[in-house]
Structure formats: C-alpha cells, structure tokens
Design a protein around this ligand. Structure first.
Ligand code: GLA
Ligand code: ZN
Length: 688
C-alpha cells in the first residue's frame, strides 16, 4: 500500500509553484495587477505569498485600516485559480508606529536603540508591538481566514536577531528563574566562581554585551537559547490571533539555511509545515558539487524537522542582488536546482520574487517578471517550463524520503563549539566538517536525515556524530543503545567534551561516549594552517582501506580501551598512536575518527564501506560520477529516483537494472543514461 503524507493544502493538491508578490508596491498603477494575473497563468504559477511587509498599506495610520486592495487581489486570485499564502506584515513596521512607540524598535547588544528603518528591526517582547500585532492579525483572520484563495498563513518573515531592551532583559531573567529555580543553581550551572562573577540576585543578571559580560560560556549559551525561545514565543503569539477564525489553515514561517540564531528543532512542533528560503551561490567554481551538497544538507535538515515534505518558500528565478558577485543561472540550473529541492522532499517551488520592484534596495534582485514587463525573457521561460514540469509530477506530492542514515546536528552544540576558546581559535570549522561528512553520503546517493538530540535514532542503521562537542549524558546513552541494538556510529574528535551547561565532562573524554567508542582521549592538539600530519592504515584492517592520508587542523591523542585500531598517526611525537578505531559493542559498532582528514576521497571510501557493511540502501546501486547525485522519494509502491548533475560536465550513469521509466515522458530507460551539464532526470521504478 502506498504511504504518502496528505498535500500541504487540500485546496491545492498539486505542486505549489509561485512567488512572493507585492501588489502593494503598484497600487498607483492598477494595470500592473491585471497584467500580473495574465503573466502568472502564462508562467504556470498557482500560488503567491502576499502581504509580506505590507503593514503600511494595510494600516496607513494608527487604527485606520485599508483592506480594499487586498480584497481585490484575493478575489481576483480566486477567480483565476491562483492561491495565496497570506502573510502577517510584522517583518517590517510603519514609520508612525516607530515614531509614536520607540519601544517597538530593537536595542543592540551595546544597549543602543536602533532608529526606524530597514526591516526585521523589532523587539519580540515589546507589549506594544505584540498588541499591534494582535490587532492586525485578528483583522486579517476575520476578513480572510475563510477566503477561497487563502491556503495558509505566512508568519512574518525570516525571524531572527536579538534585542537587549529592558523588556527583553526582564524576560530573560524570568526565563532563567523558570529554568534554574534559585540563583545558587544558576551560579553552579554557569561556573560563575570564575573571575568572581557570582550573582547574588536575579536583578544583577543581564544579557551578554561587548562592553560587559561575555566570558561566561553558560550564560552566552542560555542567552542564545532564550532568544530562540522568545522568538518562538512571538511566533506563537502571532498564530494565537489567527487560529480562531479558521483553525484548519496551516501556519508557517520562512526559515533560512542552517540559520545560526534560532534552534529550529524547537520550532518544528509549533509549525504546521516547514518552509525555507534557499539562495545557493551557483557557478562560483567549475563544479557546483560543494554548493549543491551543502544545499542538499539544508533541504534534508528542513525535511527532517518534521520528517515530512516541506515548502521551498523562496529561491531566486535568476540571480540575487546581495551576494558578492551575482551570477546568472546557467541554462538548466533553474530546473536542476528546483528539482533538487523536490528530490529532498519539497512539495513546493516558490520564488522571491514575482515582479522586480522599481526602487529601493532590491530593485535588481531576480524576479519572474523583469523591469521590461513582458514574458519574452529567458528567466520567464525557465519558470514557465518548470511550472509545466511540476504540473506533470503530482504523484510525487506527499512521498517520504526513506533515510536509513542520520547525522546529529544540534544548535546548542554549534553555539557552544564556536564560543569555546581552545585548540584552534583561528577556526574549528565545525560547519565545514559537517558539510564534508555529508558530502560523501551525497556523492554515494544515500538519503540522510539530519537529527537533533531529542529525535528518535533507533530506527536508523548508520549515525554520524561529527564534532558533538556539547553532548548531554542522555544523548550519550541513547547512542550507546543505538549501537548495542546493531547500529553503526561514527564519532569524531572534539565530541563529548561539555554537558548541556557548557561544563566539561569530568573523568575522561569523550565523556558520555567513552564506553561506546572504547577509547579515551587524553589531549587534543590544534595544528597551524600550514601543519600536516598523516593517518596511516594498518595492514589488513577490516575496512580494507590502505595507504596514508593527510590530516590537518585537529589531532586527538587517544588511548584505546576496548576498541580495535584501524589506522595510526604517521608523524610527530605521536606517530604510531591510534587515529581511527572501531569498537564492537552489542550487535553494533562504533568508529572513532581522531583527526581531520583533508581529502574528500577518504570520506567517500570510508562511508562507502560502512554503507555496505551496515546494509544502508543507496538510491541506485552504481558508481556516480563526482558531482552527480541520486536522491530518492518513495511511497512504498513506486520509487522516484532523481539523477542530478552538478558536476559542471556532461555525465553518464549506468543504470543498475531494467524497469526504469522517465517520470516526465513515460519512456522506458535501460543501460547508460547521459546527463547534460546541469541535467536533471526523474526516473520511476517499482519499489522492492
Ligand atoms: C530573503 C527575504 C526576501 C528577500 C530575499 C532576497 O529571503 O525573505 O524578502 O529579501 O531574501 O534574496
Ligand atoms: Zn526588546
């Protein structure tokens, strides 16, 4: 029986294809809107995100509302089978509000309040901002929640940033009181005896500041957690005034690629559907494999948040205007990058933006409709073609990605790792490390989930734990259970160092993972950028890998306790000491990689072996050329195999068996498949 998730909206059980649309910028010229409707149909667009940043058009003066233009837009959409994600306009605020109520504006870490301007410049705690939001959202909901064109709510825009105003300080203290109960508990958790930072009273505690406290790591970490929670609280506040009018409308907010400032794992339960904005920097190099695998990681991250299909809320139809150099998408790239999102679980392909604005900072950002105003452009044609492709792929909607491999990536680990002053202040390169491990699986065409410490991991076969510096005791125990039950885990250097309070695990690193990996780490050396060591495989190691590999940046000097040594260091005073080990525990095994290996080829052959040993399914059992990946969606009856060529060259793939059918043309495919530069092919086969 086929297993699928229901479509994101039952009103539109098709791929959603469309863009952010700002008719509020063109109210002075009504013909533009009429022309836009004609063009939207020509571009095979069926959905628009409207009202983002439209507060001044909706409430031109305090308490005076103007919804007529929005009525006209939505009514016209409904007549033309175009649907809307209706935004709450809180991503930017009108000048009158900032002038009358300065408290809505953000205070920076230096304790200076911002002036009116730009966007996203508001305090998430300010009672006035929250009240104005409630009034606006209630009116929007009463008027539009049951409108036939409205599919769901787009809450604010790209939530992010922090505010250090008095309201936020007092909310931070309340958050800390709820967490720690007593000031003594807080002092212990934050290790405030260091440099005499002990607090006697809650009123002394403030957010970190460049000219104040910033050396207490537990405090920095809690501030980040608080900011994330407070932003989520603002999201929930927005949603609370929308729900009454129609509880069935899904709510989302557009997220950003592995955004540093917010712990999206904690947002996942509150959002009805995950949506995100992807802006890869294509064509920086001859091959796009680095960029493509990084965005694949992000698509996987966003799918994994709810373990179900997500929305690509924004992407550019051509170029951006904010990257250092804004390259045009090469022929094929629009289709390829859009289908990449679909391959990883997106059920929508949406853009920023529908029509280029005439003035202000984004007037040169790519759009479906350019300043020329007609449809006879390369970009418009690419968009229209993709729309017609998506219209033919409706069977894929709702199909899961069947990942048997997971990678552990927690936000608080990332925050703590980057805060730590230690072995390499010139760059620990956590994110690059995650990207390098992930890339190997991407090149092997292995579907991957990106999980957090609170996710279930028992059902995976292979688990990657790169640089899990902050590791809770419970997470360590969970990983141990996973291995005992037959799982394969890979743990790297600089894991299991601190607990959830950023206090070092005592009694030997990697703390809660010591028994699982069967090693003890005595010292960690940071290497200069120009330093190199090597990892030399032992003869006849069970992985069958051989030779010597260059390592750089971090070398962990470990002692095996119960583990077997697979490779040793080649140089320096620690030559001959273990560099790669495996520990057999229960029915599973735990690898420990002690040093950062430079070359991608190591990760490919290492994970290639583990994937085979652990019986992890690859999308397709054949060699994939470098820069070409195969990704899988399946309903259990039919598999959809996405062959995506980011290599910058023509590529060919030898299919592993017969029975493949081109999902677009219905042609059957066997033997050798040729993929053009930036080619994307979707094949169907029966699931087994
Ligand atoms: C973000 C914003 C959009 C727009 C684009 C430009 O994703 O959400 O409003 O500014 O960037 O790339
Ligand atoms: Zn504030």
């Amino acid at each position: 029986m086929a297993i699928k998730f229901p479509p994101i909206s039952s009103k539109l059980p098709a791929f959603m294809h469309g863009a952010d649309y700002n008719p509020d910028q063109w109210l002075h010229d009504p013909q533009i809107f009429e022309e836009d409707i004609r063009l939207m149909k020509l571009a095979n667009c069926n959905v628009m995100a409207i009202g983002i940043f439209a507060w001044a058009a909706l409430e031109p003066e305090e308490g005076q509302f103007n919804f007529e233009w929005m009525d006209h837009v939505l009514d016209t959409f409904a007549k033309n089978d175009i649907y809307a994600w209706l935004a709450t306009p809180t991503g930017a605020r009108p000048a009158w509000m900032a002038q009358k109520y300065p408290e809505v504006l953000r205070v920076e870490a230096n304790r200076v309040r911002n002036l009116f301007g730009v966007r996203h410049n508001h305090c998430y705690t300010s009672p006035v901002y929250r009240e104005k939001t409630t009034i606006m959202n209630t009116k929007l909901a009463e008027r539009y929640a049951n409108h036939p064109a409205v599919l769901g709510w787009h809450i604010s825009n790209e939530l992010g940033g922090d505010c250090h105003c008095d309201y936020c300080q007092s909310a931070f203290r309340d958050w800390l009181k709820a967490k720690y109960g007593s000031i003594d508990n807080l002092n212990r958790a934050w290790w405030t005896t260091f440099w005499s930072h002990t607090y006697n009273d809650w009123s002394q505690v403030e957010s970190p500041a460049p000219h104040g406290e910033n050396a207490v790591h537990g405090q920095n970490l809690d501030w980040r957690r608080f900011v994330s929670d407070q932003t989520l609280d603002f999201y929930k506040h927005e949603v609370s005034s929308l729900r009454n009018a129609n509880p069935d409308l899904p709510c989302t907010t557009n997220m950003m690629d592995w955004f540093y400032g917010l712990d999206y794992h904690s947002f996942a339960n509150e959002l009805d559907v995950i949506s995100w904005d992807a802006y890869p920097k294509w064509h920086e190099a001859d091959s796009d494999r680095h960029v493509a695998s990084w965005f694949a990681f992000n698509h996987d991250l966003f799918r994994s948040l709810k373990k179900k299909p997500f929305m690509l809320m924004e992407s550019t139809p051509s170029l951006t205007n904010w990257q250092a150099v804004s390259k045009l998408k090469r022929p094929g790239m629009h289709r390829l990058s859009s289908l990449q999102a679909v391959a990883h679980g997106a059920d929508t392909v949406q853009y920023f933006q529908w029509r280029k604005s005439r003035g202000s900072s984004e007037k040169f950002h790519g759009a479906v409709v350019d300043h020329v105003g007609h449809e006879h452009t390369r970009v418009f044609q690419d968009v229209a073609d993709l729309g017609s492709t998506l219209a033919g792929l409706s069977d894929i909607i709702g199909t899961p990605v069947p990942a048997e491999t997971a990678m552990l990536c927690d936000w608080d680990n990332r925050w703590a790792i980057n805060d730590a002053q230690g072995p390499r202040n010139s760059g620990l390169h956590y994110e690059e490390t995650v990207a390098q491990h992930y890339r190997a699986l991407w090149e092997l065409g292995v579907p991957v989930d990106i999980v957090g410490s609170y996710d279930d991991i028992l059902n995976y076969k292979l688990l990657l734990v790169p640089m899990a510096y902050l590791l809770r005791q419970e997470t360590g125990e969970k990983i141990e259970q996973f291995v005992k039950a037959g799982g394969t885990v890979v743990v790297t250097y600089w894991s299991g160092i601190v607990d959830e309070n950023d206090l070092c695990h005592l009694g030997g690193f990697p703390g809660p993972l010591r028994t699982t990996v069967g090693i003890w780490s005595e010292e960690l050396e940071g290497l200069h950028d120009h330093d190199r060591n090597s990892l030399v495989f032992n003869a006849e190691n069970p992985l069958g890998l051989e030779g010597a590999l260059e390592v750089h940046e971090l070398c962990d000097l470990i002692h095996v306790e119960t583990a077997e040594v697979l490779a040793v260091y080649g140089d320096d005073f620690y030559a001959g000491r273990p560099a790669l080990t495996v520990n057999r525990l229960g029915a599973g095994q735990a690898y420990y990689l002690a040093a950062r290996v430079s070359e991608d080829s190591f990760y490919q052959s290492f994970y290639g072996e583990l994937v085979e040993q652990a019986g992890v399914r690859r999308t397709i059992n054949c060699t994939l050329p470098e820069g070409v990946t195969a990704q899988l969606r399946t309903d259990g009856d039919t598999d959809y195999v996405f062959l995506l060529n980011f290599s910058g060259e023509e590529a060919s793939i030898e299919l592993d068996h017969d029975g493949y059918v081109d999902a677009e043309s219905g042609e059957s495919k066997t033997g050798k498949i040729e993929l053009p530069i930036n080619g994307a092919l979707i094949l169907q086969r029966k699931s087994n």
